[in-house]
Design a protein around this ligand. Structure first.
Ligand code: GLY
Length: 421
């Protein structure tokens, strides 16, 4: 089977690592990829939002399957173009992708289809948004409507900061993505990430994890795209997982199909475990980053049959995936300055062979003309480890972090604290 993987981050590196291990793969190409992904497949320099270029590439390599990593590719409409060309695609159409690409759409979708989520106000102008703050008990949650690379969310108890976030969004900080702002009720509880596959009709749970959103230890500092994950996460009890499946994941798949956009791919359901049960924080229309990394470490089953089954409507033919009875931890090494302006170009030296149970995924790296590995993004490396217990997995991950030379980098030192104390 010929497979084309789209993307260039740590999530895609972990997908490449797992796909490359499948005996079903004949030819494996990634676009645009990164130096870590290059260890597993051929790279082609086509950007993740260049739909025409990606379509030509899929045709050139006679792809049997295209796997979309990032949400920007979903938003660009690659799945739609591939559908017209008759090429199976793991990843939803642009219309189904609205579950991530518009927070206002998703809130209205939840109301329409009866999915539990927090109260909200959709605002089209700064004065309207500032007035809407009075409807909510602080801390305020202010979100740019569209895609903002994990930076469009501000949670603050400080009115002046809330108003500044509103001004930022309407002032163009996120471009068109901030032209609408959603103010949300602050949901109190513990947050969890659950993943479900769908082939347009049939759905299946595909693991869960917990992320650490804030930049610094003790859940301090600004929101990020995620500074580390672990799986399994005790917050996701079997009862809660069942509630998320029946109250959020399955109704979302049914609702989006009812709306005329059947879902093919993975849905990432980010929930708050509240006293009244799980409430939707947001949907994402792709694997979480860095949640995917810990899922790939724990996944015993071959990933490829699940990807192709989602793309071809054959998920009902497959058993549930088998997970290793082990824990996995991912620590994100970010460049100083992230999530603001990260320091670019810092030298990275990795150990020759990672220790047992350790995988280091590249998230934002490049090689310079001399072949030296350098930082090229906010989140730079994902240092992941698997072990019989969460504590051992965490210790292995931090030992691996300490063996990396990256003076411009920083990481949180408390990944897994809710489970480990
Ligand atoms: N880790 C959160 C995300 O992928 O959006």
């Amino acid at each position: 089977m010929n497979i084309l993987l789209i993307g260039s981050g740590g999530r895609e590196h972990s997908l490449a690592w797992k796909i490359a291990a499948s005996p079903l793969v004949t030819r494996f190409v990634a676009a645009p990829g990164n130096p870590g992904i290059a260890e597993h497949c051929e790279l082609r320099d086509v950007q993740a939002t260049d739909v025409t270029g990606l379509l030509y590439l899929a045709q050139e390599i006679t792809a049997d399957l295209v796997v979309i990593g990032p949400e920007t590719t979903v938003a660009a409409g690659l799945a739609d173009a591939l559908e017209i060309a008759g090429i199976p695609c793991f990843g939803p159409t642009e219309a189904a992708g609205k579950l991530e690409t518009s927070k206002a759409f998703t809130k209205a979708f939840c109301d329409r289809h009866g999915l539990p989520t927090g109260a909200y106000a959709i605002c089209e102008a700064a004065e309207e948004a500032k007035a809407a703050l009075a409807q909510f008990i602080p801390p305020w949650v202010i979100k740019a409507d569209g895609l903002a690379a994990g930076k469009g969310v501000v949670v603050t108890p400080d009115r002046a900061e809330a108003e500044a976030a509103i001004d930022d969004a309407f002032g163009g900080r996120f471009g068109a993505a901030g032209a609408t702002v959603v103010i949300e009720e602050f949901l109190d509880g513990e947050i969890g990430s659950l993943f479900a596959l769908c082939d347009g009709k049939t759905s299946m749970l595909f693991g869960w994890a917990q992320d650490h959103k804030r930049a610094f230890d003790g859940d301090k500092g600004p929101n990020t795209g995620g500074m580390g994950t672990y799986s399994p996460a005790p917050v996701l009890t079997p009862e809660l997982v069942e509630q998320i499946r029946t109250r959020l994941a399955e109704p979302a798949f049914a609702g989006i199909a009812w709306d005329g956009a059947p879902y093919r791919g993975v849905l990432f359901v980010e929930v708050m475990a509240t006293r009244e049960g799980p409430k939707l924080v947001e949907f994402n229309v792709r694997f979480g980053d860095p949640e995917c990394q810990v899922l790939m470490l724990r996944l015993e089953s071959d990933l490829v049959p699940y990807l192709i089954a989602c793309a071809t409507g054959r998920l009902a033919d497959l058993p549930p995936p088998v997970w290793r009875d082990e824990a996995a931890v991912c620590v994100v090494l970010a460049a100083e300055g992230y999530p603001g302006t990260p320091r670019s170009g810092g030298e990275i030296r990795l150990p020759g062979t990672p220790a047992e149970g350790v995988a280091i995924f590249h998230a934002g790296t490049r090689r310079d003309a001399a072949g030296v590995l350098r930082a090229a993004g906010g989140r730079v490396l994902n240092v992941c480890a698997r072990a019989p217990t969460l504590r051992e997995a965490r210790d292995r991950a931090y030992a691996a972090v300490d063996a990396i030379h990256f003076p411009d980098g920083f990481c949180r030192r408390d990944i897994g604290w809710r489970a480990l104390g």
